[in-house]
Design a protein around this ligand. Structure first.
Ligand SMILES: NC(=O)c1ccc[n+]([C@@H]2O[C@H](COP(=O)([O-])OP(=O)(O)OC[C@H]3O[C@@H](n4cnc5c(N)ncnc54)[C@H](O)[C@@H]3O)[C@@H](O)[C@H]2O)c1
Ligand SMILES: [Zn+2]
Length: 368
């Protein structure tokens, strides 16, 4: 299935979006843009890119959409720039180009541009229309659905933000051709997680797919998105079942923060892959997940992610970091675990000794 064209309808959920929700268009951008833009009238178009997407993606975007009149805002790339200073730059430029409530903002970039550009559009003059054009695999499968917008603040990742849906999302794999291989691979962890909480069939398919810009990519993306959508639709504000999407993230976040503290940052997906291995191990013990699922998952993840240099000397700090996780309630470390593919169990607590065992399991069975 090379060029499938799929529409995924997302319900409205948040107050100030269209009553009939919005559509994620997956397939060739030229078709989907024409279909969506149709008779819509905007007073002006603002495109937000980062330094890399301005050079790699903007020319393709303009060719495919035929847009020729627009204002461009280019932000510095990277998570370290997903902050108030960049928002100030964006809002100032919006003011200078006279963006108003009838303008359209197009966020052309990865999750950083999507989260921050969406946040700026949702708040400037109390909000104007925006669309997301995700250009990384992670942003296509994860950030494009869920309505979370925002920036990092002080030490809090995603510490300031809002829930707000875009007018539409346009997913075209053409943008992924310039994405660094490491970024492409990193997204596999979230896709694998979606498959694990999706169904046995999805999980089995993902076990046999290695991320690449290939004929299967678009159908893998839409399969992944559909799973996220199921959990999002049931619980948009993450009060209960949406927490299923946190599988792999309690230990994964601690691992990510630890390497950042050590001055050796790793990509989010690389940390989540390790978190998934540890948390599937916990799932075998706590929820009766068949050990065969754990073993086959390890094989699949090994095909994509090299082992991380996790050692016993890090355990105390990793546990401390888990204690600080914002998902915790009543001082207990909160996990989402798995009973079987398609059947996650939220709000599980596990004692420290078992968490340490899961890290030892990773070292013994993944890192060797
Ligand atoms: N809103 C949500 O639900 C949600 C979900 C997951 C992640 N996120 C957020 O997304 C961010 C991570 O997203 P990301 O991984 O896309 O990171 P990113 O936006 O920083 O992109 C990664 C790198 O790839 C570059 N890039 C982007 N597209 C490119 C392309 N097509 N060709 C070449 N280079 C390209 C970027 O400039 C950047 O250097 C985090 O801030 C995270 O919090 C949000
Ligand atoms: Zn994640």
């Amino acid at each position: 299935m090379a060029d499938i064209f799929e529409h995924i309808k997302i319900a409205p959920h948040f107050g100030n979006t269209h009553p009939d929700g919005y559509t994620v268009y997956a397939g060739p951008l030229s078709d989907s843009w024409a279909k969506w833009h149709g008779s819509r009238q905007y007073s002006g178009i603002v495109i937000i890119c980062d330094e890399n997407t301005a050079s790699c993606c903007l020319p393709i975007f303009l060719t495919k959409t035929g847009i020729d009149a627009f204002s461009l805002i280019v932000t510095k790339s990277g998570e370290q720039n997903k902050n108030l200073q960049s928002c100030q730059q964006i809002w100032t430029e919006m003011l200078n180009i006279c963006a108003d409530r009838k303008s359209l903002c197009i966020n052309l970039g990865g999750g950083v541009v999507g989260d921050m550009g969406g946040f700026c559009a949702a708040t400037f003059k109390r909000g104007f229309d925006f669309v997301q054009v995700p250009t990384t695999l992670l942003a296509q499968v994860d950030a494009s659905v869920g309505g979370k917008l925002g920036i990092d603040f002080e030490t809090l990742k995603n510490g300031v933000g809002v829930f707000q849906n875009p007018e539409a999302v346009f997913i075209d794999t053409v943008f992924l051709r310039t994405l660094p291989e490491r970024e492409l691979r990193s997204a596999y962890a979230e896709m694998f997680k979606h498959a694990l909480i999706g169904s046995e069939q999805e999980w089995a398919t993902m076990c046999h797919w290695v991320p690449a810009v290939d004929a299967q990519l678009l159908s893998r993306i839409t399969a992944s998105l559909r799973i996220k959508k199921v959990y999002f639709d049931k619980d948009p504000f993450e009060r209960n079942v949406r927490k299923s999407l946190n599988l792999g993230h309690t230990i994964g976040h601690a691992v990510e923060s630890h390497f950042l503290e050590m001055g050796q940052p790793i990509l989010h997906g690389e940390a989540i892959a390790a978190g998934l291995v540890c948390e599937l191990y916990l799932s075998v013990i706590d929820c009766g997940l068949p050990s065969e699922i754990l073993e086959k998952s390890i094989q699949a993840l090994k095909g994509v992610f090299s082992p991380l240099p996790i050692s016993e000397g890090m355990f105390i700090n990793l546990l401390n970091l888990m204690q600080q996780d914002k998902k915790n309630e009543n001082g207990q470390i909160n996990f989402t675990l798995l009973e079987k593919p398609g059947k996650p169990k939220i709000n599980r607590t596990v004692d420290s000794a078992l968490i340490i065992s899961s890290l030892k399991f990773y070292i013994k069975n993944y890192a060797n």
